[in-house]
Design a binder for this molecule. Structure first.
Ligand SMILES: C[S@@+](CC[C@H](N)C(=O)[O-])C[C@H]1O[C@@H](n2cnc3c(N)ncnc32)[C@H](O)[C@@H]1O
Length: 267
């Protein structure tokens, strides 16, 4: 099994993409309103535990699955001394090494859109769910026209020009996934929770791309990646008049809770 492009991102992931103080508790508090008494929860693409750690703090028995052992090692490093260590399984969302119907809920955040075969991942998520239980899918919302969003859009264009889009970016987005879930008979409830602002410079944003904390193109060969990065830097300097200007980006967290009324599998 390939370990996944996020191995390279593991040490910078939380600094680049972690929640500011207090937000994780708000995000997880909202999830718990849906999870109710669910206590055996699978997180697919658990990563460094941005969601799993606050769930563990609330005594939810989280089992994590992720392709990247390095990401999950960061999760373990951040557990308080003496804390219960959750089972963390290196595995693929497309073929979960877990029994059918074993979980009270499945949680997945910023993962499905990375997978080119996300329908297979949805089907697997549904297979391991106990009938009638919930699939929670979440993502961080950012405004589409911020300098950082424009930078990522340009990054996608450069990767496309190099023939690399799809090598880790998936190319699908959340609306496609939602449409597939609804078509499979799921009912959805959506909530936006938590609002925070991240202050950035373009230089720092480019550094997070350099550290491959964004999946888009993260599996590209080193030389091509470097060449695209150099082009991105030149474009950003010319477009924004330099890389050191600071800007603020509003963030929100969006949860979607899916449930099926029938027990039939096939998400
Ligand atoms: C953007 S990170 C999100 C991590 C975490 N859920 C969060 O919100 O911070 C994506 C995670 O999904 C994992 N991942 C990517 N493809 C996967 C797959 N096919 N199966 C399992 N995990 C995968 C990556 O290794 C990474 O840890």
């Amino acid at each position: 099994m390939r370990s996944g492009s996020f191995d390279q991102a593991a040490s910078d992931y939380d600094a680049a993409r972690g929640f500011p103080p207090g937000i994780a508790e708000t995000v997880v508090g909202a999830a718990l309103e849906w999870l109710g008494s669910a206590r055996c929860v699978l997180e697919i693409g658990v990563g460094t535990g941005r969601i799993a750690r606050p769930l563990l703090d609330r005594r939810v028995a989280v089992v994590g699955v992720d392709l990247s052992r390095a990401m999950m090692d960061q999760l373990l490093l951040q557990l308080p001394p003496g804390a219960w260590r959750p089972p963390l399984i290196q595995g693929d969302a497309l073929c979960l090494p877990l029994a059918s119907g074993a979980f009270d809920a499945v949680v997945t955040v910023h993962v499905l859109h990375l997978l080119s075969d996300w329908p297979a991942a949805l089907s697997e998520a549904r297979r391991v769910l106990r009938p009638g239980s919930a699939l929670l899918s979440g993502y961080d919302w950012r405004p589409p026209h911020s300098p950082g969003a424009r930078l990522l859009a340009r990054w996608r264009e450069l990767l496309a020009a190099a023939g690399l889009v799809g090598s880790g970016g998936g190319g699908r987005d959340f609306p496609d996934i939602q449409a597939a879930l609804l078509a499979s008979g799921a009912q959805v409830e959506e909530r936006t929770v938590g609002e925070w602002t991240v202050a950035r410079t373009l230089a720092r944003q480019i550094e997070t791309i350099e550290h491959r904390t964004w999946a888009l193109g993260a599996e590209a060969p080193v030389e091509v990646y470097r060449r695209c990065l150099a082009e991105l830097r030149s474009w950003a300097a010319a477009t924004f008049g330099g890389l050191d200007r600071s800007y603020s980006v509003a963030h929100r967290f969006v949860w979607q809770c899916y449930r099926w009324l029938t027990a039939e599998h096939g998400g």
